[in-house]
Design a protein around this ligand. Structure first.
Ligand SMILES: Cc1cc2nc3c(=O)[nH]c(=O)nc-3n(C[C@H](O)[C@H](O)[C@H](O)COP(=O)(O)O)c2cc1C
Length: 474
């Protein structure tokens, strides 16, 4: 197969190609490819017979013109999780997304540009000073000739460089030169993730408008290491990318970011036992589904539940209250936060690293310490308090009195109070009877709703939120 070097074309032809490419919003290289493809394609491929909708997804993606596909630039950083970026290429492509890969020097220690390029169907870019791609300022083109940039895995080092605005290699130069949305999937050892410097960098990037997915909690590549730091799974990243590429433009909450927590938390006693509660997560999941239908960009952070991800919602699964708070902090800033999770008030201070054994000396003493208060933390957040913060109060007695004092104590805007005594059947059930407590100057107003399904409660709550946000912003 002959190769064509655009650089060697005469100046007039190059100028007209640049103009044509600029008008079409494509790179010069893509424009040349497009011209060649159009010239070479047989007629039946140019005009496919049946409607595209009837074809399976991967077939549809192949049949669509490359220039019509949403485009992602995938920047692969130098961490163990780089191998998962290869699967991410496939997960993006099966969703009909065109992928162009860029690798840092360190990334090439983990996976090869050849593999990434072969999976993406396009060469993988690695070098800022590459004469072949820089004849028309390739790094600027790579930064702009895309609809979304994904950084996966985002190492601690790469995020530090991004937060400081460094541009000493191709990846960081692209990230500094782009005006496109950026989605970052961090992956690192839990201690690196928990380090104050990393936290500062993540907070800075969030303020700069960068979106995050993960990290998740779980086992690390290093033996006997677990915690928050695992890169989100490729499918999770692909779903988040899809949501960013096709944001819903309609609905009363279009353009709003909503954070929702759901489910119980599990607080370990030892590696096999935990303290939990009976929350099923159904109400939080229903609210997430309803908010996504109303056009919001929804992040759902859930404790361990047996529920499928709602359509169009970015779901992050956690175990403990501390994991949940860590993910909530990563998800901020948002416009609206709804804390429906039944977070354990206490955890075991002296949780065993090994399974606690029965001994003749009797029951082991379990010391409890208070968990972080996620609702109060976000309600009183200095930098990133959402416009509307909604808490849930699950009570078994004195429902309205307890919910009223919770509203005042936590500093949130609304409380959704529900009776979770065993007779109510709410915990794990499909119906709910809620009372919405709102602040009315110094007074607290109570709106009591009839018993409804959890989906109906979710729809009514989302409608009330949309009305309130609409009034506040008008
Ligand atoms: C075997 C090995 C695994 C590593 N895994 C990670 C990792 O998962 N996350 C991370 O932040 N750094 C990790 N590092 C350190 C990074 O490779 C190092 O900070 C590098 O400079 C990051 O390069 P980048 O900015 O191109 O991503 C690892 C290093 C080695 C040797």
């Amino acid at each position: 197969m002959a190769s064509l070097t655009v650089r060697k074309l005469d100046e007039a032809l190059k100028a007209s190609l640049r103009l044509r490419a600029a008008k079409a919003g494509r790179s010069v290289e893509d424009e040349v490819r497009m011209i060649l493809r159009e010239a070479a394609e047989p007629q039946d491929i140019k005009a496919p017979s049946g409607p595209a909708r009837s074809q399976p997804q991967s077939h549809r993606a192949r049949a669509a013109s490359a220039a019509d596909l949403p485009r992602v630039t995938l920047i692969i950083g130098g961490g163990i999780a780089a191998y998962k970026a290869l699967d991410l290429i496939r997960r993006l492509k099966e969703r009909g997304i065109h992928v162009r890969c860029v690798m840092t020097r360190a990334a090439q220690q983990f996976v090869t540009p050849l593999t990434a390029g072969a999976l993406a169907d396009e060469r993988c870019y690695t070098d800022l000073f590459d004469a072949q791609s820089e004849f028309d300022a390739g790094h600027i083109r790579l930064a702009r000739d895309t609809d979304l940039i994904i950084v996966a895995p985002a190492t601690a080092d790469l995020m530090a460089k991004m937060a400081q605005g460094q541009a000493d290699d191709l990846a960081t130069a692209i990230l500094l030169a782009t005006n496109r949305p950026v989605l970052v999937a961090p992956a690192m050892n839990p201690l690196m993730w928990a380090n104050a410097a990393t936290k500062r960098n993540v907070a800075q990037l969030a303020r700069d408008g960068v979106s995050f997915i993960g990290p998740n909690s779980g086992e690390m590549a290093e033996a006997n290491e677990a915690g928050v730091g695992r890169m989100s799974e490729p499918t999770e990243i692909a779903i988040a990318a899809e949501a960013m590429l096709h944001p819903p433009h309609t609905g009363p909450l279009a353009g709003k970011k909503i954070l929702i927590t759901a489910g119980p938390t599990h607080e370990p006693i030892d590696p096999v036992r935990y303290i939990a509660n009976r929350s099923s997560g159904k109400q939080g999941f229903a609210i997430a589904a309803s908010a996504a239908e109303a056009g919001a960009e929804v992040t759902l952070i859930s404790g361990p539940v047996d529920l499928d991800d709602p359509a169009g919602v970015r779901v992050i699964r956690v175990e403990s209250a501390r994991d949940m708070l860590a993910q909530v902090e990563v998800a901020l800033p948002v416009d609206i936060a709804i804390f429906a999770a039944a977070v354990a008030d206490w955890r075991v201070a002296n949780a065993g690293e090994q399974k606690i054994k029965k001994t003749a000396s009797g029951m082991p003493p379990l010391q409890l310490v208070e968990n972080p208060d996620i609702l109060a933390t976000v309600s009183k957040h200095q930098q990133n308090r959402p416009q509307l913060v909604i808490g849930f109060a699950a009570e078994t007695q004195n429902l309205i009195d307890n919910a009223t004092s919770k509203l005042k104590r936590k500093g949130c805007d609304w409380i959704v109070a529900n009776d979770v005594s065993p007779a109510s059947g709410v915990m794990g059930g499909d119906r709910n009877t809620v009372h919405i407590l709102t602040r009315d100057k110094a007074e607290v107003a109570v709106d009591s709703w009839p018993m409804m399904t959890k989906e109906e409660v979710a729809d009514a709550l989302v409608a009330k939120i949309a009305r309130t946000i609409g009034q506040q912003n008008s």
